[in-house]
Design a protein around this ligand. Structure first.
Ligand code: HEM
Length: 268
């Protein structure tokens, strides 16, 4: 494949995987927004949401896109000649993109992995009790994840669309949607959290509800925590390896330049 061919392939894979991830996040946030109606409405919306995403095709699209997008972020770090003098929006885009993995690892392990490994019923009641009622600091962490992932996606879409002729006239509408979707999503999360917290004040409700969730036992929990630690470790290792590969390339290039310089000097 020519240099141009591989450049275009990288761009295409980045764009397609980005669109899949953005669609996932938009529908996820719209589902959270139903919390403005009630916790029950969130759960009802979740059935539709899971029908769309938690099936072999939806899940493969989601997780393959995650892997592809992350790999291409590392590739971007490797490829850039200068990491500290890139345009500000691009730097922000890269830093936000790389932060999504550590911001999200616990959430995905606590929901999908817990569901697959231990049959946990990862409903909204389960998630908002965890993030709002039992550990609000994790709720703040998750709120940061919403903002980081959303801003990252919006910058990516803006760079993709900015040269289209129709973009300027659609921009106000898209801007309104970019603002309202996360705001409604987060307000829905807060309202759903408040409702669950109110219900949890009744110990009988709390006991009965926790009993329906099929929570993992001590060893199940330890296995999930071990996976989370592994993900942080792999993430750090891949990032370090990418930075090391840049250094090796720079060293080889300096050496090649030096050899070239010496051989020209000895000829002259
Ligand atoms: C306050 C914010 C959030 C809440 C309340 C929340 C809620 C949930 C819930 C209830 C689930 C269980 C499955 C489902 O019903 O969809 C879930 C799973 C998931 N969430 Fe979130 N979420 C939040 C933020 C985010 C963000 C910011 C992202 C991505 C950038 C994200 C990505 C995921 C993923 C990938 C899964 C696993 C989906 C699967 O494999 O089926 N979530 N979330």
């Amino acid at each position: 494949m020519t240099m141009l061919g591989s450049y275009l392939t990288v761009r295409r894979v980045r764009l397609i995987s980005g669109i899949v991830l953005f669609s996932y996040l938009s529908t996820h946030l719209l589902n959270h927004a139903l919390g403005l109606i009630s916790l029950e409405a969130m759960e009802e919306g979740r059935h539709w949401f899971l029908a769309l995403w938690r099936n072999p095709a939806g899940s493969s699209a989601l997780y393959l896109s995650l892997v592809a997008h992350f790999t291409l972020a590392l590739w971007a770090v490797y490829q850039r000649r200068r990491l500290f003098s890139m345009p500000r929006a691009e730097a922000l885009q890269l830093v936000l993109g790389l932060s999504i993995v550590p911001l999200l690892a616990q959430h995905v392990i606590g929901t999908r992995t817990a569901h697959e490994w231990h049959g946990v019923h990862d409903s909204y009641t389960y998630v908002v009790l965890a993030l709002y009622h039992f550990a609000p600091e994790k709720g703040l962490w998750q709120t940061a994840a919403v903002l980081v992932a959303w801003v990252h996606g919006c910058i990516g879409l803006h760079f993709w669309l900015r040269l289209r002729l129709w973009y300027p006239s659609w921009r106000p509408l898209l801007f309104a949607a970019a603002l309202l979707i996360p705001v409604f999503g987060l307000l829905g999360f807060l309202d759903g959290g408040r409702e669950a917290s109110r219900l949890a004040a009744d110990p009988d409700w709390l006991r009965a509800t926790l009993a329906t969730m099929n929570l993992p036992d001590r060893s199940g929990l330890a296995a999930l925590q071990a996976l989370e630690r592994q993900i942080y470790w792999w993430f750090g290792s891949f990032l370090m390896l990418t930075l090391a590969a840049r250094e090796v390339r720079a060293l080889l290039e300096r050496r090649r330049g030096l050899v070239h310089h010496i051989s020209r000097g000895s000829r002259g």
